[in-house]
Ligand binder design. Structure first.
Ligand SMILES: C[S@@+](CC[C@H](N)C(=O)[O-])C[C@H]1O[C@@H](n2cnc3c(N)ncnc32)[C@H](O)[C@@H]1O
Length: 212
């Protein structure tokens, strides 16, 4: 089967509805995640790196952003973005989020991190995974105790915004997202200091929390 992200990598930014619909979700997600200066943040299913500017800004030059994705084409676009912006604190890892060995990723982390990250983040990606649960297990394994986790993802709009459901279904089917996956629920269940936002008529759900 053709992988939509391999096929559309170079066009993703233009076709993803970023400015009109989805940017607000990643902005809110990073704001609620609240990474600190010097933090190491793992961005799971990072795609072309649309979160990087926000994350790099938050962690500063002493921090690290690790972008993980399984698609070489998406990572190539991410690499170009990193180079164009001169972000030396971003590293990219090609891996399947649902099957990777956390020990292998731990080796890619910068020395002071002792194999664990301060925060894990994922936007519009976990609903695309065949099953997000094994990805979450791996994110947890790599997250230091008391670290922060943030998930931004999609569902069907609610209330009066339900009139936009056909558009949401179209966007999800093009991107291969399961609008019923609701991956943010795991953070609501397992986290403390839970912060959340519901945007674009409930279509975009943003949850961040501290994970013990
Ligand atoms: C809709 S894009 C979101 C990209 C980015 N997070 C954003 O906010 O724009 C979904 C991404 O998940 C990646 N992906 C899908 N399944 C994956 C998996 N099992 N492991 C790692 N990445 C995966 C795709 O390659 C794609 O880059």
């Amino acid at each position: 089967m053709v992988n939509v992200y391999e096929a559309a990598g170079p066009l993703y930014d233009a076709l993803s509805g970023e400015r009109v619909v989805y940017r607000t979700g990643r902005e809110s997600g990073v704001a609620l995640l609240k990474p600190s200066t010097g933090d190491t943040v793992l961005d799971v299913g990072c795609g072309t790196g649309l979160n990087f500017a926000l994350l790099v800004d938050a962690v500063g030059p002493s921090g690290t952003v690790v972008g993980l994705d399984r698609s070489p084409k998406m990572l190539e676009m991410a690499r170009r973005r990193v180079e164009a912006n001169g972000w030396t604190c971003v590293c990219l890892v090609k891996a399947d989020a649902t099957t990777f060995d956390p020990n292998e990723i731990a080796k890619e982390l910068p020395a002071p991190s002792s194999g664990l990250v301060d925060a894990v983040f994922s936007s519009y990606a976990m609903s695309v995974f065949d099953d997000w649960h094994p990805a979450w297990d791996r994110m947890r394994t790599l997250l230091k105790p008391g670290g922060r986790a943030g998930i931004v993802d999609m569902q069907l709009p609610v209330g009066r915004a339900r009139v936009f459901s056909p558009l949401a279904r179209l966007a999800a089917s093009v991107g291969g997202a399961d609008l019923h996956a609701h991956p943010w629920a795991v953070i609501e269940r397992e986290g403390t200091d839970v912060r959340s936002a519901s945007l674009r008529g409930g279509h975009i759900q943003v949850v961040a929390a501290t994970i013990a």
